[in-house]
Ligand binder design. Structure first.
Ligand code: NAP
Length: 300
């Protein structure tokens, strides 16, 4: 994989109004922390190896947060990759904290957001953050967004951008209304929401952001903590001589040109498998068959 070029990583995308260009196949670092995204990894050297393999394979877009671990994932990124190559775009997110009991708590007051930026800067070893997503906490136990103003939080990030600590701003776990609210405050370069072959709630938002040239970065592209399982997906993968996870990633790359991938893994083997998915071409017939999986899941 060390000679992977940008075409094999799904082509390139430039975040709107920025000089940041990334390959569409990136990497999500959340899985590098310990079990439950809490504490150190079982295999710290393995975590470093995954990051180095990603960069050696041409990845130049890594998604992270200082609340993974907490602090652990960013510290591993710094240990593995600092000083960072010029072309690497590190995207982080704010809005949560992890107390000692390992729970996920809101951290969206102005001071918590400011502190969160400084935590990211320190643990990543940076003077400015390329892109910061405000991660709205949504409602209920799931990962879906919930309506409610995010204006105060986005305004705090806009101030930090003015101060030069943040270069560009995105939102995460946001509804279309919240994206529009954020856009009225500052330029939004990306939206990071849950979306995959089966979880298609954001279909209309993906298309709307594509028209605006804004990146849509699905989290849980493989289904998250319980990777996607579908007999139809497995059958299609077998026909193509690929794995189900590769087909799920290739489907996202085919879905819309503004989709950027950040699949997560703690394994070099899975990383290689996931990056190779960018080389899969899916025919219109296969895409139609894959679309049926979402439709049949929605009926259940
Ligand atoms: N904004 C948000 O609220 C939010 C929420 C969640 C995640 N994220 C970001 O999105 C990124 C991606 O999400 P994610 O990592 O949670 O979920 P994911 O990419 O959908 O799936 C990761 C899971 O799939 C497994 N996996 C990865 N590649 C595989 C392969 N080729 N074959 C079989 N299993 C494979 C991983 O286990 P192994 O480690 O064993 O490979 C892990 O359990 C995260 O890393 C994080 O940066 C953002």
């Amino acid at each position: 994989m060390s000679n992977t070029n940008e075409i094999q990583l799904g082509g390139q995308f430039t975040f709107p109004g920025t000089s940041l260009t990334v390959k569409r196949m990136g990497y999500g670092a959340m899985q590098l922390a310990g079990p439950g995204v809490f504490g150190p990894p079982k295999d710290p050297a393995g975590a470093v190896a995954v990051l180095r393999e990603a960069l050696a394979s041409g990845v130049n877009h890594i998604d992270t947060s200082d609340f993974y671990g907490p602090h652990v994932t960013n510290q591993i990124i710094k240990q593995a990759l600092h000083p960072y190559p010029e072309e690497l775009v590190l995207v982080t997110k704010l809005g949560a904290r992890r107390p000692e009991d390992g729970s996920w708590q809101l951290a969206n007051s102005p001071q918590q957001l400011i502190d969160g930026v400084h935590d990211n800067l320190r643990n990543l070893g940076l003077e400015a953050l390329d892109i910061v997503n405000y991660r709205a906490m949504g409602g209920g136990a799931g990962h879906g967004p919930a309506e409610g103003s995010i204006g105060e939080q986005v305004s705090v990030l806009a101030d930090l951008k003015q101060q030069g600590l943040i270069r560009h701003i995105g939102v995460s776990n946001a509804t279309a209304t919240q994206v529009a609210e954020a856009q009225a405050i500052t330029d939004i370069v990306c939206v990071q929401n849950q979306y995959n072959l089966v979880q298609r709630d954001d279909d209309a938002l993906v298309d709307d952001l594509a028209k605006q040239g804004i990146a849509y970065v699905p989290f849980f592209p493989l289904g998250g903590f319980s990777p996607l399982q579908s007999s139809s997906l497995s059958a299609i993968a077998e026909q193509l001589g690929a794995t189900p996870m590769q087909v799920a990633l290739a489907w996202l790359l085919h879905r819309s040109p503004n989709i950027l991938l950040i699949p997560g893994t703690s394994s070099v083997g899975h990383l290689r498998e996931n990056l190779a998915a960018a080389q899969l071409t899916l025919s219109p017939e296969t895409l139609a068959d894959l679309d049926k999986i979402a439709a049949s899941e929605a009926k259940q």
